[in-house]
Structures are given as structure tokens and as C-alpha cells.
Write a protein that binds this ligand. Structure first.
Ligand code: GLU
Length: 426
């Protein structure tokens, strides 16, 4: 490949997540002296599909939703990544999330590239029937580019195992036979994997444990604040409490709760299941999002959406470790501030990679029709996460950079190697 010129002028601002993702790549490209042609190649998604999704609503009318599936890279294998249902989905966001999936799969060294999907909708305001109609039609619209050997969706923000079941069924009905490997995060009864529901949280716990050990902070009683009490955050709270951490704060889209001596996580989960939110949990005091990010704790776990830790609030963070259970919660400017202040950020592509790792196990089990016990899943997950942490820390030390750049150095090198080896077609 010959040298290409790269216009980076658009990649300097970070109020746009796609520009933020490109900027993260650009910085690491310079750090590891990445071949400029490969760099240029990796700066863009391989394929972008925008679809209109007509859905029959409960009142009998049609409503047309917009959805996307973006495939960033397939050099190391079929592309992989979740589908999010959220009112704020944008194409740029899905492009960023797809690129991050490429690095995430490479960092944990599973044979996948990166993709992501999203539908602009408010699932909280839709009935089950409307959600099913939306999911089935969206699946049909993107069926031309997904498949077990091509691109394999999974859950993400506000998408559930039930939604994965509808994706699997729709794709299977169109082909005339069951194809469980087309999607992961399915219910166990139709080819889902043991441990997938808690995999993102469990992987996050494993790398937090590693970070605590490397910094010499005792785990027992270490205080944790969780921003976002959804699938990742809720299970992280549960597993961390079982491990001996003290969960002092938790929040969701409606508000947050705080208790200095620690929240009873099992009861908090029951409260969230009963009321739909953590707000109003007995024995706790309310806490704002801003105060939660700044509260006294050893570990801060942003587990909701992007752009939460910014230049404005990064100086207020008191945690020693920020573990990104969410994708893209820390802006690059904030990364630099946290690094200067000696706070270790466990980047999304490491901290939340447990989800896609067990998705990989699920896909392997589906293709082989041979299912593993949960112990086996967790043991393999732990091996992969601890190795990825060690490789990340190693590169961070080598280049004297933060853990995000360390993780990118590992991941981007792997993707670049595969891309260069395959060469350019034609
Ligand atoms: N949506 C999850 C993520 O961002 C999981 C993706 C997958 O399992 O394919 O990593």
C-alpha cells in the first residue's frame, strides 16, 4: 500500500462522537507509527446501511422509523456489535460505536470485526407488540447484510434477549430453517449462552479487580459509584457487592441514589424492578448526576451513554479508577485531565468487552450445537479479560500513555496487521 494523505481537520472537535472516535484512532496511529495507508483505510466504515422501518402501531396507523447498520471492519472476521433502540440515535453515533467494536474485538483477540446498529425510537413509550413489529421489520431491512458468517448483532442500550429472539426468528423464517448464530444475547431456550446476561458486568469486574491489585488498593469495602443502572450497571453493582465492594451510589435516566455506608444492592435491584427506577429507594438520599460523578469513591463506573465525563467535570472526579462499562463515556479532553491527575481509566474497549466475548462463545456454541456450562464460560472469560488487561497495561507502560491509548495500541496493531496481510482488493 502506498502513502495516502489524511485530512484531519474534521477530526479535531469532540462534541461529535464520530469525530471523537476518529481522533482517538489518529492519536494512536501517530503513537504506534501506523502505516498511513492502513490508517486512512481504518478511519472510515466499510459499509453503512440506512433503512426506513414502517411499523404498524397499536392504533392501526403506520409509523416510519429510521434505522442504521454500520459495518466498520471485517479484516479479522465477520463483523459484530449490538443494536440500540434509543431516541437520540444518530448515524454518527452508530459509526463511532461500530469502530469501537472493531477495536474491542481485536483487543480481546476474538475473530470478529466491528459493527453496530441503531433505531431512532423510544422503546419505553412502545407496547411489546409495537416493539416486536419494529424489530421484525428492521431485521428484514438489514437482513441483506447480516448473517452468521457476515455480521452478527447483539443487545445494546434498551434492547433485550426477547428482541434478540425476534431477530433470530425473523431471519430464520426468511431462510426456512433455524439460524441461531445470526444474533447473540438470545434467551437460553433458543441457543443463548449461559452467563451472557451478566457477561459485560462480569468482564468489567475482572478488569477492575486487576486494576485494584495493580494499584495496591484493597477490594474489601472499596467504594463504588455507578452511573447508569441498566443491564451493565445493575449487574456490575450486583457482582461487585458480592465480591466485597461497597456500592455507595447508583443512578438511571430518572435520577440517582446515595448512601455513604453502602446501598443494599439486592434490594435496590428489587426496587428498580418494581418501580422502573432507583429513585426513591428507602434509606438512600437523592444525588444528582453531577454529584454522583464527583462523589468520594475508589471506583466510578459510567454505565449508560456517551460523553458523560467532560472537560468541565473531569477535575471533580475523586475515584482512583474509572471503569467504562458504557461505550464512549469519557471525552478525549477529559481523558487527558484524568491521566494527569493519576486516575486510571479502564477504557470501554477493555472494561465492557466481556459482553462481546461471551457473545463470541455463544456464536461458537450455536455453530457447533454444543453448549457449555456457566463455570466454563466464566473461566474462559476471566482468562481473556486478565490477558487483555495485562497487554493493555504493558503497552501503556511502553509508550508512557494512559490505558485507553495502551488498549488502542494493542487493538489497532492487530487490525492493521490483518488488513495489511490481506492486502487491497483488487
Ligand atoms: N453491545 C455490546 C457492546 O457494545 C455487545 C456487542 C456484542 O455482543 O456483539 O460491546
Amino acid at each position: 500500500m502506498t502513502t495516502a494523505t489524511i485530512d484531519r481537520s474534521a477530526a479535531q472537535s469532540t462534541d461529535n462522537v464520530w469525530q471523537m472516535a476518529q481522533r482517538q484512532l489518529d492519536e494512536v496511529a501517530a503513537l504506534i507509527d501506523l502505516n498511513p495507508s492502513v490508517h486512512e483505510y481504518l478511519r472510515y466504515p466499510k459499509r453503512v446501511l440506512e433503512v426506513s422501518v414502517p411499523v404498524r402501531m397499536d392504533d392501526g396507523e403506520f409509523k416510519v422509523f429510521t434505522g442504521y447498520r454500520v459495518q466498520h471492519n471485517m479484516s479479522r472476521g465477520p463483523s459484530k456489535g449490538g443494536i440500540r433502540f434509543h431516541p437520540d440515535v444518530t448515524l454518527d453515533e452508530v459509526k463511532a460505536l461500530a469502530m469501537w467494536m472493531t477495536w474491542k474485538c481485536a483487543l480481546v483477540n476474538i475473530p470478529f470485526g466491528g459493527a453496530k446498529g441503531g433505531v431512532i425510537c423510544n422503546p419505553k413509550a412502545m407496547s411489546m407488540q409495537e416493539l416486536e413489529n419494529l424489530t421484525r421489520r428492521f431485521t428484514t431491512e438489514i437482513s441483506i447484510i447480516i448473517g452468521p458468517e457476515k455480521d452478527i448483532p447483539a443487545p445494546d442500550v434498551y434492547t433485550t434477549p426477547q428482541i434478540m429472539a425476534w431477530i433470530m426468528d425473523t431471519f430464520s423464517m426468511q431462510h426456512g430453517y433455524s439460524i441461531p448464530g445470526v444474533v447473540t444475547g438470545k434467551p437460553i431456550s433458543i441457543g443463548g449462552s449461559q452467563g451472557r446476561d451478566k457477561a459485560t458486568a462480569r468482564g468489567c469486574l475482572y478488569v477492575i479487580d486487576e486494576a485494584m491489585n495493580s494499584l495496591g488498593i484493597p477490594i474489601q469495602g472499596a467504594r463504588v459509584a455507578i452511573q447508569g443502572f441498566g443491564n451493565a450497571g445493575l449487574h456490575a453493582g450486583e457482582l461487585m457487592a458480592q465480591r466485597g465492594y461497597t456500592i455507595v451510589a447508583a443512578s438511571d435516566s430518572r435520577g440517582g441514589v446515595y448512601r455513604e455506608r453502602g446501598l443494599n444492592v439486592a434490594e435496590l435491584i428489587a426496587h428498580k424492578e418494581a418501580t422502573g427506577s432507583v429513585v426513591g429507594f428507602e434509606g438512600s438520599e437523592p444525588i444528582s448526576n453531577r454529584d454522583l460523578l464527583a462523589c468520594r469513591c475508589e471506583v466510578l463506573v459510567p454505565a449508560a451513554l456517551e460523553k458523560v465525563i467532560t472537560e468541565e467535570n473531569a477535575r471533580d472526579v475523586k475515584a482512583k479508577i474509572v471503569a467504562e462499562a458504557a461505550n464512549g463515556p469519557t471525552l478525549p479532553e477529559a481523558d487527558d485531565i484524568l491521566f494527569e491527575r493519576g486516575i486510571m481509566v479502564l477504557p470501554d474497549i477493555l472494561a465492557n468487552a466481556g459482553g462481546v466475548t461471551v457473545s463470541y462463545f455463544e456464536w461458537v456454541q450455536d455453530l457447533q450445537n454444543n453448549f457449555w456450562e456457566e463455570d466454563e464460560i466464566n473461566k474462559r472469560l476471566k482468562q481473556i479479560m486478565t490477558r487483555a488487561f495485562a497487554e493493555t497495561a504493558d503497552q501503556a507502560r511502553r509508550y508512557n500513555v494512559d490505558m485507553r491509548r495502551g488498549a488502542y495500541a494493542v487493538a489497532v496493531s492487530r487490525v492493521a496487521e490483518a488488513t495489511a496481510k490481506r492486502g487491497l482488493y483488487p
